[in-house]
Write a protein that binds this ligand. Structure first.
Ligand code: HEC
Length: 223
């Protein structure tokens, strides 16, 4: 008894020592892996904010160049003029349909911000080979799709300054503030409730809320 206790104490001491060694090697981490480099982070950090285009890169693209790239890389699925092939999504049309029984949400009828179009194409399209387009070609495709939707003139040049200024049709129909009280409540991280103040004012017990039997619905009424 005595000796096995000694052994387990020694084992504990070893474990503690091993743990502090690992922590000493890499403070605040699990002792493996290495910090991401700025270049690695940049590869992931591609989000563009819809409202003001924050995050849009340098570069630009015209409607004409967009038409060329679109014909090669997008038309097979989305149709030459964005009308959609088969069941692939339409990129134009649906204007005025959003309150209909069968609304048609498209870039032209539904999307609130033009920079989001840049972001979407850049991160997800063309569907079989995303992340293969240059920034300039993504700008050009964005310009072309906005033009197909009559949102910009044929001479429009898309870049980080012009895109946030495009007025999208459905821009003002989104609700940007969330009125539910818990979205504005100040989060409490510590000593939030004084245990002495907690009173249980009601329980489910004795209120016939839980069926006493299980089985088909009509036999579940409390007796
Ligand atoms: C192989 C077929 C295919 C190709 C090629 C393709 N797309 Fe798509 N695209 C899709 C599908 C499918 C979706 C819907 C994806 C989803 O909802 O998750 C989509 C969605 C989109 C949307 C969002 C539509 C919306 O209103 O939600 C845009 C914009 C778009 N594609 C642009 C492009 C552009 C630009 C290209 C060419 C560079 C392209 N796509 C090439 C299949 C394709």
């Amino acid at each position: 008894m005595f000796s096995s206790r000694k052994i387990s104490l020694a084992a504990c001491a070893l474990l503690v020592a091993a743990g502090s060694l690992a922590r000493a090697a890499e403070p605040g981490s699990f002792g493996y892996g290495k910090p991401a480099t700025p270049a690695q982070i940049a590869g992931w950090d591609i989000d563009v904010r819809g409202e003001d285009g924050a995050g849009l890169p340098a570069g630009k693209g015209t409607v004409d160049r967009g038409a060329e790239v679109y014909a090669e890389q997008c038309a097979a699925c989305h149709g030459t003029f964005g009308e959609g092939e088969g069941r692939f999504p339409k990129l134009v049309g649906g204007v005025g349909s959003l309150r209909d029984e069968r609304p048609e949400p498209t870039v032209g009828s539904y999307w609130p911000f033009a920079p989001t179009l840049w972001d979407y194409i850049n991160r997800a399209m063309p569907m079989p080979t995303p992340h293969t387009l240059s920034s300039d070609d993504v700008y050009a495709l964005t310009a072309y799709i906005l033009h197909l939707n009559d949102l910009v003139p044929p001479e429009f040049v898309a870049d980080r300054n012009s895109l946030p200024k495009v007025k999208m049709r459905n821009r003002d129909s989104f609700i940007w503030t969330d009125p539910r009280p818990d979205t504005t409540a100040k989060p409490c991280m510590n000593a939030c409730v004084n245990a002495a103040d907690v009173r249980i004012s009601s329980t489910a017990e004795g209120r016939n809320l839980t069926p006493r039997t299980t089985g088909p619905l009509d036999t579940m009424q409390p007796k």
